[in-house]
Write a protein that binds this ligand. Structure first.
Ligand SMILES: NC(=O)c1ccc[n+]([C@@H]2O[C@H](COP(=O)([O-])OP(=O)(O)OC[C@H]3O[C@@H](n4cnc5c(N)ncnc54)[C@H](O)[C@@H]3O)[C@@H](O)[C@H]2O)c1
Ligand SMILES: [Zn+2]
Length: 363
């Protein structure tokens, strides 16, 4: 078991990372919470698989379970009243604790419920997808979508504890398993060339060719041997960035590498065609190609990034109409009149924030 400490003054917390330690959750929860009542929010897929485990995961607590319908579609502001009502009906007070047990969708909704219920109560993250383990469960960004756009309503509300057990990853579909590697590759690109190289080295050691019909399965089994190491370093990078810039005034923006184009692709395709990891995978490659073309990025980096992403079963080329994507990027909440803050790679491991117009980026 490994521990990371996120140092944010009175909002500090620990991230516990391990393998098959869910039976020890009650002990760790007890270290941050002296009460007995837990309001656990999960989704229909996760609930179906892990219902039997609750009695071990939350042993000694008086827990109630709120099951959301699975999927981004349901990360919607309209879901909030039913959650608040259930919290009231359970008699949840400001001293009680919300638990998010699921992927990023559950984490964002449960965190937002905790941030807003009675002006804020504590919550614990138990992320069950790679995206949520390496990204959404750390850093305290919580929120829901509006019909007008994703994540438009939210708060900064740090969890009291993050419990990452890679045991839960075994039941992910292949698609969602690989999806999370988009964010892991991102951390190497924006912050740590050695980590990028380490990931390349691990993937190359799989021992079967990409054309082999068992490649996807074999690589997954192989990656599971290293997943704690990869999740640990990813969380460590995210923690370091968040510690320096909790509220995203500057440095935290680097976490958006590949995301401006990626989000626009997701939106353009109605969040149906590509998962988040797939869209940002293509987004990272595109922005790096653009960086090379404009002379901001060392030549050859886009090819290296694309090669790694492709080996991880992620798309590196998504066709889209540039004018439509530019329009969507301009509407993004992070866009201002004088342009958009694009995260541009100088070389793998180092990025710079550059303000560029939405149309100009594709010129
Ligand atoms: N707050 C942040 O900083 C932040 C960062 C990154 C992403 N996000 C948000 O996270 C969301 C994406 O997260 P995600 O990729 O985890 O999506 P998700 O929560 O929708 O999970 C993906 C799918 O996997 C299923 N699932 C989850 N855990 C499982 C398990 N252990 N076994 C089997 N199936 C399982 C879910 O039911 C769902 O169908 C987006 O809404 C995004 O905006 C937030
Ligand atoms: Zn992301």
């Amino acid at each position: 078991m490994e521990k990371l400490h996120v140092g944010l003054g009175k909002n500090s917390y620990d991230i516990m990372i391990g393998e098959n330690f869910f039976e020890e959750f009650p002990k760790y929860i007890g270290e941050v919470y002296t009460g007995k009542k837990l309001f656990v929010i999960t989704d229909s897929n996760v609930h179906e698989i892990y219902e039997e485990k609750y009695k071990e995961m939350f042993k000694g607590f008086n827990y109630s379970i709120f099951v959301l319908q699975a999927g981004e579609k349901h990360k919607h502001i309209g879901i909030m009243p039913s959650i608040y009502s259930a919290m009231v009906n359970e008699g949840l007070t400001r001293k009680d604790m919300v638990v998010a047990f699921g992927g990023g969708v559950v984490g964002d909704i449960a965190g937002f419920a905790a941030a807003s219920y009675m002006r804020g109560i504590g919550f614990i993250q138990i992320p069950t997808t790679i995206v949520s383990q390496v990204d959404s469960s750390v850093g305290g960004k919580v929120g829901v979508d509006l019909p007008e756009g994703k994540n438009l309503v939210g708060a900064f509300h740090q969890p009291k504890l993050v419990l990452i057990d890679n045991y839960f990853l075994n039941t992910l579909t292949d698609r969602y398993f690989y999806d999370g590697f988009g964010e892991i590759v991102k951390y190497g690109c924006i912050y740590d060339k050695n980590f990028f190289d380490r990931l390349v080295e691990i993937v190359e050691k799989v021992g079967v060719s990409q054309d082999d019909e068992n490649y996807i399965q074999k690589l997954r089994e192989h990656l599971m041997k290293y997943v704690n190491e990869l999740v640990y370093r990813s969380c460590e990078i995210k923690k370091e960035v968040v510690e320096k810039d909790e509220k995203e005034s500057n440095l935290r923006m680097i976490l958006n590498f590949g995301h401006t184009i990626g989000h626009a692709i997701e939106q353009f395709t109605n969040y149906e065609k590509y998962s988040h990891g797939e869209a940002i995978s293509a987004g990272m490659v595109d922005i790096t190609k653009i960086g090379e073309k404009k002379g901001f990025t060392k030549e050859g980096e886009a090819v290296k990034i694309a090669k790694l992403l492709k080996a991880l079963n992620l798309p590196t080329e998504i066709e889209y109409p540039k004018d439509e994507i530019a329009k969507i990027m301009k509407r993004d909440k992070k866009s201002t009149n004088d342009g958009i803050n694009f995260v541009i790679l100088k070389e793998i491991g180092e990025v710079e924030i550059m303000k560029i117009g939405a149309e100009e980026i594709f010129e």
